[in-house]
Ligand binder design. Structure first.
Ligand code: NAD
Length: 400
């Protein structure tokens, strides 16, 4: 029995809800041509999974990565369903992506991919239907290309169709850092509850949108970030890294291992490094049955989506490692996206302080309702799914 079936059975809910939540409502797969800068043509496959709409329009990011496939997109859209429910925002779950390596093509080619993606999907997305956002290897500029393409195709200005846009193009101040800042708010609650000292050693896998902002915010608030990594490897210094310096290196287009005052480590070593708190903030399935037993951290905050396999999760629970789940920890991104959508629909412009205040309220509330379901016997993940599924089932009862 998987976690959803178990939660529905524990909550004594009708099993029709489990059946609905085990399957996506709709999955779209398409192949389109990309004209390369040299005039040649290659074909790429794109996906959008619209998993569940009980709470509102589908909502979730678009990922550009060679590992993108139908199964991954469906799984991530399923996670979004539970995350959006837990965050208390009026959205269902969605996710999309294109299978290719954006590091191997030019920026102009990426723009063509982004516009093609929208051309294939525009009749099935929109502010009241499905609202994409950035994810791995997609950024604010790509959301701008996408919303521009969408607006041309529908002959309307529907900026609320995409979130995570540049501030000057309908975006929200603070959206870029919101997933990292939201994760920080959850870490503060977890640290307070488990009496984790400010001197705790924090290791973060991934130094992209989520990992970099989280490392910066922890550093600014006096926490010690001992390790970070990108796809080319990581760095470790038990005394703590100079995070602004690492950011400077990364922003100049170099890899984190160009930072001198630290030991070079591999991404595998980062997972197993000497630290108190581990934050996976890169890709899926990074902690698995072969390395879970080597994890030294006592606390894991899943800033990435699905970074721990089910087998590893069970092993970590046996080891007494407290895992704060993705559906809670990284809900800051979609919560800020919700504010961006509201801002666009109301024709308002929110200031940064308002965004941070609202984000903290959403994250604290999500933490509280998770904690209300936590017992000595269950994990934070199980508690979060109980809270999330209660809200989903209460809405789904009107659908079937
Ligand atoms: P990103 O593309 O900005 O950054 C990803 C980072 O991971 C980069 O530093 C990259 O170098 C690194 N990386 C890639 N392959 C790696 C590997 N094999 N080992 C270690 N590091 C590797 O992506 P992001 O937006 O920061 O997303 C990271 C995770 O957070 C994903 O799981 C994503 O789904 C999740 N997430 C993102 C958001 C958001 O708002 N961007 C919101 C919620 C969840």
């Amino acid at each position: 029995m998987d976690l959803i079936q178990k939660t529905i059975s524990d909550l004594k809910l009708d099993k029709k809800y489990a059946e609905r939540l085990e399957h996506p409502e709709r999955v779209i797969e398409f192949t389109f041509p990309l004209r390369r800068d040299d005039g040649s043509v290659i074909f790429l496959t794109g996906y959008r999974s619209q998993y569940n709409s009980a709470l509102g329009p589908y909502k979730g990011g678009i990922r550009y990565h060679p590992g993108v496939n139908r199964e991954e997109v469906v799984l991530l859209s399923k996670l979004m369903t539970f995350k959006n429910s837990l965050a208390g925002i009026p959205y269902g779950g969605g996710k999309g992506g294109v299978s290719f390596d954006p590091n191997k093509i030019s920026r102009a080619e990426i723009e063509r991919v982004s516009r093609e993606y929208v051309r294939n999907l525009f009749q099935l997305i929109g502010p009241d239907l499905d609202i994409p956002a950035p994810d791995v290897n997609t950024d604010a500029e790509m959301m701008a290309w996408m919303v521009d393409e969408y607006n041309r195709l529908v002959s309307k200005f529907e900026f609320a169709t995409f979130t995570g846009k540049p501030v000057e193009f309908g975006g929200l101040k603070g959206r870029d850092e919101a997933t990292g800042r939201g994760a920080y708010f959850i870490m503060l609650r977890g640290f307070a509850l488990h009496k984790v000292a400010k001197t705790a050693k924090v290791a973060i896998q991934g130094f992209g949108n989520v990992g970099m902002h989280l490392a910066r915010i922890l550093h600014e608030n006096g926490y010690k970030v001992v390790a970070v990594s990108d796809s080319k490897g990581g760095i470790y210094n038990e005394k703590g890294l100079d995070v602004p310096k690492v950011m400077e290196i990364k922003k100049s287009g170099k890899i984190v291992q160009e930072y001198k005052d630290a030991k070079k480590i591999s991404n595998e070593e980062l997972i197993e490094c000497d630290c108190d708190v581990l934050v996976p903030a890169a890709l899926d399935n990074q902690i698995h049955k072969d390395n879970a037993s080597k994890v030294k951290a006592k606390y894991i905050f899943e800033a990435a989506n699905n970074p721990i396999t089910a087998e590893a999760d069970a092993l970590l629970a046996k080891m007494g490692v407290e895992v704060f789940p993705d559906v809670l920890v990284n809900a800051g991104g979609v919560s800020a996206s919700y504010l961006e959508w509201v801002q666009n629909r109301k024709g308002e412009i929110y200031d940064y302080d308002k965004v941070v205040k609202k984000l903290k309220e959403v994250m604290d509330r999500a933490f509280d309702i998770t904690f209300a379901e936590k017992t000595k016997q269950n994990t934070y993940r199980e508690a979060a799914y109980r809270a999330s599924i209660k809200r989903l089932a209460a809405a789904m009862k009107y659908q079937f």
